[in-house]
Design a binder for this molecule. Structure first.
Ligand SMILES: *[C@@H]1O[C@H](CO)[C@@H](O)[C@H](O)[C@H]1NC(C)=O
Ligand SMILES: *[C@@H]1O[C@H](CO)[C@@H](O)[C@H](O)[C@H]1NC(C)=O
Ligand SMILES: *[C@@H]1O[C@H](CO)[C@@H](O)[C@H](O)[C@H]1NC(C)=O
Ligand SMILES: *[C@@H]1O[C@H](CO)[C@@H](O)[C@H](O)[C@H]1NC(C)=O
Ligand SMILES: *[C@@H]1O[C@H](CO)[C@@H](O)[C@H](O)[C@H]1NC(C)=O
Length: 567
């Protein structure tokens, strides 16, 4: 999977650090006095305080290759942190707390969150309550057709990427369990709560009983030629997740008028019956919700996300930040004819968005193969064959299973369970033949995030697929559970045997291409390294094998600058 880079913002050359302190940190793990990169003094900090102030400029010769400017103070030499930052990929920043300014040194830019208890497939998924999938730059928009994100990562016009859709679902499920209760306000339910809609001449509105849904609903018709439509004026702030049930005729639309409270700009969000995910012209943004003719469906829209994505789309993908607190909702406008019901505004609708994801996985599965196709061409590395559109990912399958297991647990609806069980099929088919199963040295089964030839053996995607299998084996019962368990057990056996192949002694590798392609290792950046650790910590709560806890601890050490001992 791919993260946004979250490097600590490093400012210019500000800080100079004591070299002796640096070298002792760098070598503290191997506990060996030789091999200091910079060893020019052995003063203690408190002795330095007595040294006369003032310093001399001095050149540092870097491995005989080039010179940089350093400073000398007595026997001590100080090296600019900006140099150290680049040279060692060490992070640091000036911070002030307790009324004191300090320099904070960080070996890595990631953090580890220890699990609070045994992992529960009914609960939060990893640390996904912190994910905001839809605001990522490589998400074009959340479509009005399905309510799931559309990716632009590998193809700019946008496509459905199962892994991303699952992460969207799992993040909303996890947020539902961790966030405070949302504020909800029902605007109109056609029955107990009614509003004074402005119905212009030539338009009509009524609140008949709808037998299909056993509910009073709001029925309206406004000629397409109407310049104003039927409207409801509001002066609404802060809760911007719109939810409504609707059944509107072709060519109809629902428009939300928003305003920026400082800039005074107006924005029109139009939800129309087209199939075009996103169009935008000036401050008019159009989301296609597809045809709904005579069928009721629920539409859940985070208006701020829709607005941001629309404005970014206008500006050729340049990400737009809009603060929720700066926006105001002024009007809801109905155009054309149709019926609506249960119109509400909330601070969040996590379960609605979770179920949009779960329903996508049911509706978009190849029922005979059990796979969710990745509709893009993908080249993982030189020397590996290109994946043609339609490939399956063990990570996408596993994540999809994690979503569906939770949906089945939460709703009790069999269709979610059935789709999850079907999704096991590609786990038994070789990656070279359209499945996701690879073999390591003809001995250990591996589920491939990318089913490349030769195999890539990507660690994080494999573990995510195992988590999916674990979820299903836990939530399902009988033979469904056993089927998932068998795949899970085989994968865990491989992981226990192969885990340390990813250990470099100071970090981890992302995959095993150094073995299959005989190239340099693909070292995991800290984001992925910390994902590896978080995954091991999760597994250590459900499997008693010591290898997970012990390895995780060593890998955490690497993030604090420790290294494996050398000979
Ligand atoms: C979580 O979902 C339940 C419905 O399953 C809902 O009642 C509750 O308000 C939601 N809470 C949050 C924080 O989203
Ligand atoms: C509106 O919500 C009520 C209560 O949840 C439900 O019974 C009704 O069917 C909903 N209306 C529509 C049109 O779905
Ligand atoms: C209603 O929709 C038609 C096209 O379908 C459009 O020309 C007209 O401007 C719309 N009116 C409003 C008030 O949005
Ligand atoms: C929608 O608009 C198209 C083109 O203007 C028209 O042919 C079609 O009849 C309209 N459909 C409805 C249900 O009004
Ligand atoms: C679904 O999977 C089957 C079996 O692998 C395959 O033959 C078929 O082409 C797939 N269908 C689609 C629409 O991709």
């Amino acid at each position: 999977m791919f993260y946004m880079m979250m490097r600590i913002n490093f400012k210019t050359i500000l800080v100079i650090l004591v070299v002796a302190v640096l070298s002792s940190i760098l070598t503290s793990w191997n506990g060996c006095g030789t091999g200091y990169f910079f060893r020019s003094g052995h003063h203690h900090r408190d002795r330095l305080a007595n040294v006369e102030p003032g310093y001399q400029e001095i050149d540092c010769n870097i491995n005989g290759g080039y010179l940089i400017s350093c400073r000398r103070e007595g026997d001590e030499v100080y090296i600019p942190f900006s140099f150290i930052h680049k040279y060692f990929e060490i992070y640091g920043k000036l911070v002030t707390y307790d009324g004191l300014e300090r320099f904070e040194w960080l070996h890595s830019y990631s953090k580890i969150v220890s699990p609070k208890g045994r992992y529960d497939p009914r609960g939060v998924f990893m640390t996904f309550e912190n994910y905001n999938v839809e605001v990522r730059e490589r998400v074009k928009c959340v479509t009005g057709l399905d309510g799931v994100p559309m990716s632009t990562q590998w193809e700019s016009q946008g496509y459905y990427y199962p892994t991303q859709i699952a992460q969207f679902g799992l993040s909303h499920y996890s947020k539902n369990l961790t966030e405070p209760e949302p504020h909800r306000k029902i605007l109109e339910d056609g029955d107990k709560i009614k509003q004074d809609w402005l119905v212009p001449q030539g338009s009509v509105m009524s609140r008949p009983y709808d037998v299909q849904t056993n509910s009073y609903v709001l029925k309206y018709a406004s000629p397409e030629t109407s310049t104003s439509g039927i409207s409801l004026s509001l002066d609404h702030v802060l809760s911007f997740v719109l939810k409504l049930d609707l059944s509107i005729k072709d060519n109809g639309s629902i428009t939300v008028l928003m305003q920026h409270r400082e800039k005074r700009d107006f924005y029109h969000l139009h939800y129309t019956t087209t199939n075009i995910p996103l169009q935008s012209l000036n401050n008019h943004i159009y989301y296609g919700i597809g045809s709904t003719n005579n069928l009721w469906r629920r539409l859940t829209r985070d208006l701020v996300v829709d607005l941001q994505k629309g404005l970014s789309f206008n500006d050729k993908g340049k990400s737009k930040k809009l603060s929720r607190s700066k926006l105001k909702l002024l009007k809801i406008i109905l155009n054309g004819s149709g019926k609506i019901d249960n119109v509400s505004l909330s601070t969040s609708e996590h379960m609605e968005q979770f179920y949009d994801s779960a329903k996508w996985f049911v509706a978009n599965q190849n029922v005979s193969s059990g796979g969710w196709a990745n509709p893009v061409r993908r080249k993982v590395a030189n020397g590996m064959g290109t994946l043609d559109p339609g490939w399956y990912s063990a990570m996408g399958q596993g994540h999809g299973i994690s979503v569906l297991s939770r949906a089945y647990y939460h709703s009790g609806e069999e269709r979610y369970l059935q789709a999850a069980v079907r999704a096991l099929k590609p786990f038994r088919i070789a990656s070279s033949r359209g499945g996701v199963e690879a073999m390591f040295l003809d001995k250990f089964v591996w589920y491939e995030e990318y089913p490349t030839t030769p195999s890539s053996f990507i660690l994080n995607g494999f573990i995510y697929s195992l988590v999916g299998l674990y979820d299903l084996k836990t939530i399902a019962s009988g033979k469904d559970s056993l089927e998932a368990q068998e795949l899970f057990d085989k994968g865990m056996l491989s992981l226990k045997n192969m885990l340390t192949l990813f250990d470099t002694g100071y970090g981890t590798t992302y995959d095993l291409r150094h073995f299959t392609l005989k190239t340099a290792p693909n070292v995991a950046r800290w984001d992925y390294h910390s994902t590896h650790i978080n995954q091991l910590l999760l597994l250590s709560t459900v499997d008693s094998d010591q290898v997970f806890g012990i390895t995780a601890e060593r890998w955490i050490g690497y993030m604090n600058g420790k290294r494996a001992a050398h000979n």
